[in-house]
Design a protein around this ligand. Structure first.
Ligand code: ATP
Ligand code: MG
Length: 311
């Protein structure tokens, strides 16, 4: 299947990418169950497939870059791609590889870590709002306001430190946050920002393997923090929180994609496909130039051609 990709037209590639992304598209999340989505890709990829996978990703990135060029030129829509995952699922690598072919002027990446005191003095969407992509741009969020229903839900102490008036902290707080997030994304959609959300679904076993690699490889030591192992201890609570979050915030307009992340290369191709799918739905086209403008351009060309060479 992969060998054929090199000779395909852009249109055909986009069609295939869209079809591929559908495997991981949740759409309306009401019936979502995490157990229906695997961490391992169905396709069995061995080391001998490495070159083919690399080529497929390159071609995918090229198709994505072509769409982004039109997004930028048209300057009407914007796309926000949110990445959420457990540690070592490959968020950073996926972002780096998938966006590698893109015009850097048209793309911005924002990472959201533990909130600062200033950020805690505001509502939870405030810090993310400041980083929303402008029209014509793709914005990437490496973690996001979804942490508010993940890490904050798993650790009560974080919620308690959020300086919310106690009257507002009730058993309905997660439902309320889901509602706020849905409304926020609806608001963005109505203003021309399409939001898609990607959950890199890594298995607990694969995470263990990657953590050990981070300890064994001196070049990866910097990526490892002891706190990550502590979070791993809350794995089941996180999975429950992810499932509930996706059930409550995946919509056709602003879908979650649950991507198998145990194979990094495969995950990157799936991510590129999801972004291609979202861009393609915008029905992008280069701005049309008026007849008068075309005539004017032709006049300029003629003048340039007739220009006498300056000695
Ligand atoms: P890396 O791959 O480098 O580890 P990372 O995204 O895990 O990248 P870290 O600095 O290790 O970056 O971790 C950021 C931490 O901030 C995560 O543990 C995340 O859960 C936490 N965090 C993000 N948003 C919030 C929030 N709103 N409240 C509390 N903690 C948050
Ligand atoms: Mg981390």
């Amino acid at each position: 299947m992969l060998e054929e990709l090199g000779s395909l037209s852009k249109k055909e590639l986009i069609k295939r990418a869209k079809k591929f992304s559908k495997r991981y598209y949740v759409g309306d999340g009401k019936k979502f169950k995490l157990k229906d989505y695997a961490s391992k890709p169905k396709m069995n990829l061995g080391p001998e497939d490495e070159l083919l996978v690399k080529e497929a990703l390159e071609i995918g990135v090229e198709a994505l870059a072509a769409l982004q060029d039109i997004l930028y030129a048209q300057d009407r829509w914007s796309l926000l791609v949110i990445f959420q995952a457990m540690d070592a699922a490959g968020k950073d690598g996926a972002i780096k590889h998938v966006m590698s072919g893109i015009n850097p002027q048209g793309c911005q990446v924002s990472s959201f870590k533990v909130p600062s005191q200033e950020e805690l003095d505001h509502d939870f969407l405030w810090r993310c709002q400041k980083h929303l992509p402008e029209r014509g741009r793709i914005g990437i969020f490496n973690r996001s306001y979804y942490e508010e229903v993940l890490v904050v839900r798993v650790h009560e102490t974080i919620l308690n430190a959020q300086k919310l008036p106690s009257k507002l902290v009730t058993k309905d707080i997660w439902e309320d946050r889901f509602k706020d997030i849905r409304n926020f994304e609806k608001y963005l959609a109505r203003n021309g920002t399409v939001v898609i959300k990607i959950f890199l679904n890594v298995s607990k076993d694969e995470q263990k393997k990657r953590f050990i690699e981070r300890v064994d490889d001196p070049d990866k030591n910097w990526k490892f923090s002891v706190g990550d192992v502590k979070e791993r201890g809350h794995w089941d609570q996180y999975m429950e929180a992810y499932e509930d979050m996706i059930q409550n915030t995946s919509t056709e307009e602003s879908p979650w994609y649950v991507i198998p992340a145990d194979n990094k290369s495969y995950a990157r191709i799936a991510v590129a496909s999801a972004i291609i799918h979202a861009l393609d739905q915008m029905e992008l086209e280069y701005p049309k130039v008026s007849k008068e403008k075309i005539e004017e351009l032709q006049g300029v060309k003629k003048a340039l051609l007739e220009e006498k060479n300056e000695k």
